[in-house]
Design a protein around this ligand. Structure first.
Ligand code: PMP
Length: 422
């Protein structure tokens, strides 16, 4: 016990912050669990899920737009036709037919991938976990946008990576900030293992990286020999129907591309994928096998049948329309109701708006008062590894109806105005 006083103190800190003082296993947890702390706002979210609260907090895909009868008959046919395969173990890399279909799904991004380089994962969240597992030793550096996807940050933390954030603006990640981050990290003698980016309809920032910046950032990473992890669950959900060109389309050896059916079909199947450089693919599959043996055959075949037999492109188009109507409701309400000094992003796809309040306000401190006023959001600090983001919040427009969105923004504007008067 006395040999690692600092480690023990961190365990106790972690226990305290997760409220698990009564946990008798507290001194046995591995060091890598120290960063696994419950979000401070988690308890509020159970209140926020009450029907009277307009939740602009969650990022749940709006599957009310799915033709449930089609999906239902597809699933019963699947068991009838291919039950022996669908209910059996399968390949660790994923079903070969699905991997071919995934290459088709990626085509609009400009990616011409080979099915051999695709690994099917349990959502792209598992792909994030596997990539981090195979590349990160404790203390390695990952470059990530500021803010960044909360699920990626918690994975990075669980492998004891140090996240160095880089600033974005309305055109996405700023190339000069990438150069700054590389220079300061290298000057400190630290090793950068990869750059993590969400180039399209960013979660949580709502912005999209311009084509010109994609080329520059790719060039910077080539010059400095840095691997890019391009996380793209929203790429097909652009409101103008345009699919931005993936960085992976221009460099197959430098980029691991992550995709998902969670937003273009349904998250309940938990099917995502990683398209990795050929050399990386083998380690990725080995890591996947040791983690889950194989991705669920049932889900993979259901997705595969859906892609083969259903107009999935038409379905994606109807999702785009559903989200566009909600995005418009949110942007209209924000411009009509937000007080002077508030700024927000104008997403051209995806689920999220990033709202920044005038100086002096703290969105985490304000959240209990917002929930009392029956509106919820996610405070900005959740999306930073370093405690920044206290003046910002993520607003999701994907799930509530347009009327509820307008009502939610109205309640939020009132809370902010009261806060400004304090
Ligand atoms: N990356 C980003 C940017 C996300 O927003 C999400 C889901 N919210 C994921 C990855 C994980 O998605 P899934 O595991 O459902 O594919």
């Amino acid at each position: 016990m006395g040999q690692y006083p600092d480690a023990n103190r961190r365990i106790t800190d972690a226990a305290a912050s997760t409220g698990s003082r009564l946990d008798s296993y507290v001194d046995r947890y591995a060091t890598r669990t120290h960063g696994m702390t419950a979000s401070e706002v988690r308890s509020l979210f159970s209140v926020a899920s009450r029907p009277e609260v307009v939740s602009l907090a969650g990022g749940m895909p709006n599957i009310s737009g799915l033709p449930m009868d089609v999906v239902g008959s597809l699933i019963s046919n699947l068991i009838g036709k291919r039950g022996m395969t669908a209910l059996q173990y399968g390949s660790g890399q994923g079903d070969p037919t699905l991997r071919e279909q995934i290459c088709e799904v990626m085509k609009p991004t400009g990616i011409n991938g080979h099915p051999d380089d695709v690994t099917v994962t349990v959502g792209s969240q598992q792909a994030l976990d596997l990539i981090t597992r195979i590349f990160i030793d404790p203390g390695d550096v990952i470059l990530a946008e500021a803010p960044s996807y909360v699920g990626a940050l918690s994975t990075f933390r669980s492998y004891q990576a140090d996240v160095v954030h880089m600033e974005m603006d309305d055109d996405g990640l700023i190339p000069e900030r990438v150069l700054d981050a590389i220079a300061t990290t290298k000057a400190a003698g630290r090793r950068i293992k990869f750059l993590y980016t969400i180039p399209n309809y960013h979660n949580p920032a709502g912005v999209t990286l311009t084509a010109e910046r994609r080329a520059r950032i790719l060039r910077i990473c080539q010059d400095h020999d840095i691997l890019i992890v391009e996380d793209d669950p929203y790429g097909l959900l652009g409101f103008d129907g345009h699919v931005p060109r993936a960085m992976r389309a221009d460099d197959a050896e430098r980029v691991v591309y992550l995709g998902s059916f969670s937003k273009t079909f349904a998250p309940g199947f938990r099917v995502g994928w990683a398209l990795a450089p050929h050399a990386v693919r083998e380690k990725l599959v080995l890591a996947a096998e040791s983690s889950v043996l194989c991705p669920p055959a049932f889900s993979q075949l259901a997705v595969s049948e859906y892609l083969a037999a259903h107009d999935w492109r038409g379905q994606v188009k109807s999702f785009q329309e559903l989200y566009l109507e909600r995005r418009d409701a949110m942007l209209d309400a924000l411009s009509g109701l937000m007080p002077e000094g508030a700024r927000w992003t104008r997403p051209n796809g995806g689920f999220y708006v990033w709202l920044t309040l005038p100086p002096g306000l703290d969105t985490k401190a304000m959240l209990p008062r917002a929930v009392t006023s029956r509106v919820a959001y996610v405070p900005g600090t959740a999306f930073y590894a370093d405690g920044f983001g206290s003046r910002s919040m993520r607003l999701s427009y994907c799930y509530p109806t347009p009327e509820r969105i307008r009502e939610g923004v109205r309640r939020l504007a009132q809370v902010i105005e009261q806060e400004m008067e304090l």
